[in-house]
Design a protein around this ligand. Sequence first.
Ligand code: MN
Length: 397
Amino acid sequence: MRFFHLSDLHIGKQMHFYNLADDQRYILNQIVDRAQELRPDAVLIAGDIYDKTIPSGEAYRIFDEFLNRLGEITPAIPVLIIAGNHDSAHRLQYASSFLEKHQIYVAAMPPEKETDCLKKVVLRDTYGAVNFWLFPFIKPGYVRHLFDEGVVTDYESAFRGMLEREMTRGNLDYAERNVLVAHQFFTAGGSLPQTCDSELASVHVGGLDRIDTSVISAFDYAALGHIHGAQSIGSERIRYSGTPLKYSVSEEHHDKAITLVTLGEKGELTVEAVSLESLHDVRRIKGTMQEILETARTEEVHRQDYVSIVLTDEKEVYRPKEVLSEAYPNILEIMVDNARTKAIHSALGRAHTDTVRMPSPMEAFREFYQLMQRQPMAEAEERVLEDILKDAQEEIV
Ligand SMILES: [Mn+2]
């Protein structure tokens, strides 16, 4: 059994106000071409199909074209889809019973009623059945009512509870071959996956959304979505495929790929990366105005790439964007790194580095308070804020 593992398509996403529709069409067409060539037995998409809960007409059209082109391949390749935290479960569920007739299986809504189960799609190869478990993104509050009081206290107990529920009902048997498709924040014994800027907003502060991989280690393979850089977590069998495109400058060194998984007999697994080539790259350029223009003029560079430019001129350039746009039309941002900006950084008491650490809510508020009140918060005020932040975090659960 060979299948493609994809996730986090984020169709409809913009990057610094650039519409990525052409980039997304290009990469999805390439995925269809690879499917045509490699003939996987299934295509798994582990959540965040769309970037927004209310996708634009254009975003719907792009995904529609993708499914249609995949559907033209014969014999048909089943497509297994779950909802991520960016998707609207209700919208993604639309027409799913119709789509199923065309071997497109969508699980967007978690079980609601006592009698509901997780969606299991069974595909067969020469060794027998492989059960694909479609586990859409959940928050504890989505499923708490299905359990006794006090069972679901956080994301981990909710996720574990849902799997145990299937075992108790005799649906899930780890002696068989099982593949999990899920979209959550998994950690392996306290070690976190490598994150990047494009998924920052999805990952909660405080770590309440973490689920340890021990909860899913009995699966033969876990096809995960949510984290945007391709990586295994804790074991080769548990993997984030990452986004098919770079969605932030922090991903400049990512190798975007389709994860190609081959399951043999129970216990046998091979994971490969099928490289994807994007229409435009996302990268950083650093230098003086003259150096940057010179490179653009004399070297074979992809000028259409999405670029983040750091200017190092000591004498600051007037209207740099107008000049640089001639060489690079798709500029994401222009930053200045010289004696003046270094002085500002050191006056703010920050180490001057290229990466900016996200402050905790407490640190951010402390800084804001200082700025507005021209004095630090009193101890009693800090305690009030701590309570408010704690309440807010509990609400997330
Ligand atoms: Mn995502």
